[in-house]
Design a protein around this ligand. Structure first.
Ligand code: AKG
Length: 282
């Protein structure tokens, strides 16, 4: 296959059929330009905030903040980059982007979920992948074992900030591999790396594999069973990408995971103790 086709939202039957056959589909107008522009501003602001907290000089203007800013933070302490990542997905600008009704509508169609089936957005994040850093990249995998067990869901992936290219390590897919449903695979916990639940090579080889280069505004929807993997960022820019998924809450096995947040720096209890003197009542 050359470059996979792009569909517009109003070509509903065509993109649904393509998704059924290939396990993925790219819509060219699913992410609004405004949503991207707003998010870009927020991301730049967040990086600047952490540069300040790290006592680093602000970067020059333009887009330098997106790459140089992150690389400077990484050089001081990876925790600043981790905090940037943890901040972006909680911003209203990010939430607006992933909550676009057009995206919800496409997910409903692909899931066959009518309006009385609530959707649950799970692990929607903006990945930050600096050049030459493979700690959080994934080999060929299916998402089914990285999410709510037995869930019915659609995954999404999109470039944010910059277009994604082969050089910047755009996502790769194995065409039609969703037909395997649950492929033979192995679970590997590797210290210092994202857990790798890797599909057997012989099975991956049955399918045509290719990177999906994408421009801002495009959104890739794919089946939870499609084999996919991260590319290697050999460019000089940091890659920003939207990863996430939408589960059908009405699907019988769906059960909401418990979320847990922990504090970086001071805990609420420490803050309380700093200000409040407890007087024990006899
Ligand atoms: O963006 C990437 O590097 C790949 C992401 C991925 O494989 C996933 O979210 O499951």
């Amino acid at each position: 296959m050359g470059v996979p086709p792009r569909f517009s939202l109003d070509e509903r039957e065509a993109w649904k059929e393509y998704f059924e056959d290939h396990g993925f589909v790219i819509l060219k107008d699913a992410v609004s330009k405004d949503a991207i522009a707003n998010l870009r501003c927020e991301i730049a602001g967040i990086i600047r905030a952490f540069l300040k907290k790290a006592h680093l000089a602000p970067t020059e203007g333009g887009d330098a903040v997106f790459s140089e800013g992150i690389l400077s933070l990484e050089a001081v302490d990876h925790e600043f980059v981790a905090a940037t990542y943890d901040t972006i997905f909680q911003t209203p600008a990010f939430m607006r982007l992933i909550s676009d009704q057009r995206i919800e509508g496409v997910c409903r169609e692909l899931l066959g979920a009518p309006l009385d089936h609530p959707l649950y957005g799970f692990t929607n994040r903006c990945r930050i992948d600096p050049p030459q850093d493979d700690r959080r990249t994934y080999g060929w995998h299916q998402e089914i074992f990285y999410t709510i067990p037995r869930g019915r869901f659609v995954q999404t992936w999109a470039p944010l900030v910059f277009d994604t290219t082969i050089q910047s390590g755009t996502i790769e897919v194995a065409d039609g591999s969703h037909r395997e449903r649950i492929a033979p695979q192995a679970w590997n916990d590797i210290p210092g790396r994202a857990t790798q639940i890797i599909v057997d090579d012989a099975v991956v080889k049955k399918y045509l594999q290719f990177p999906v280069e994408m421009v801002l505004g495009e959104l890739l929807f794919f089946s939870g069973s499609l084999f996919h993997r991260s590319g290697r960022n050999s460019s000089r820019k940091v890659r920003y990408s939207l990863v996430g998924m939408y589960h059908d809450v009405m699907h019988e096995p769906f059960m909401t995971p418990k979320l847990s947040f922990s504090y970086r720096g001071m805990s609420p209890k420490e803050y309380y103790n700093e200000h409040i003197t407890n007087v024990s009542v006899a």
